[in-house]
Design a protein around this ligand. Sequence first.
Ligand SMILES: O=C(O)c1ccccc1NCC(=O)[C@H](O)[C@H](O)COP(=O)(O)O
Length: 213
Amino acid sequence: MPTTAKICGLTSPATLDAALGGGASHVGFVFFPASPRHLTFDVAAGLAGRVPDHVQRVGVFVDPDDQLLEAAVRAGMLDAIQLHRTAPARVAAIRSKFDREVWAAVAIKLRGDVEKARDYAGAASLILYDAKTPDDASLPGGMGLRFDWSLLDGVRHPLRWALSGGLDGGNVAEAIRRTGAPLVDVSSGVESAPGVKDMDKIATFLKAVATNQ
Ligand SMILES: O=C(O)c1ccccc1NCC(=O)[C@H](O)[C@H](O)COP(=O)(O)O
């Protein structure tokens, strides 16, 4: 199966359209106030309405409560919920309550971190392997950090999975070849500044995904 791509942290119609036009399979909307990509519900609703049925809308959250999830799922017409820093039992509860795909982000720095993905078997729909950000960082993702892809060598993934962390148009082809990732996820690597998506970088990234498999 060809590798598909999620462009995360979209905040404007023009950059959303660049992701859709370039063939993204997923688009990500961030609901986390500390993020430069954070969306209000009104803006999310405006963007969500432009997304065709064959593209999945993914909401990105950091250990959210049900109230935030309910409002965001409605406004963003979310097909999937991506959870960072969220315990497996809570992931399972959200999946059951909201009855849609739930992605568990697993933060990777060392080999032992990869094994934590097993805790989400039966709880999540998909594991997103993402680079671990520093303990004092304000964001658990979206910082353009990459982890050592060899940590995924020989791993029997407990669920469907995706690769993220420090990807960009220049390294994503190698990342796919090296890891065999079925889905790749990018945010900072298609930006000109934190939170500012760049249409040319989005196009380059999606072209690299499409042509290098
Ligand atoms: O992107 C954010 O601002 C963000 C905030 C809070 C939680 C997660 C966040 N991003 C998660 C993503 O899905 C990113 O695409 C992923 O971490 C990769 O980011 P990057 O290394 O910048 O490509």
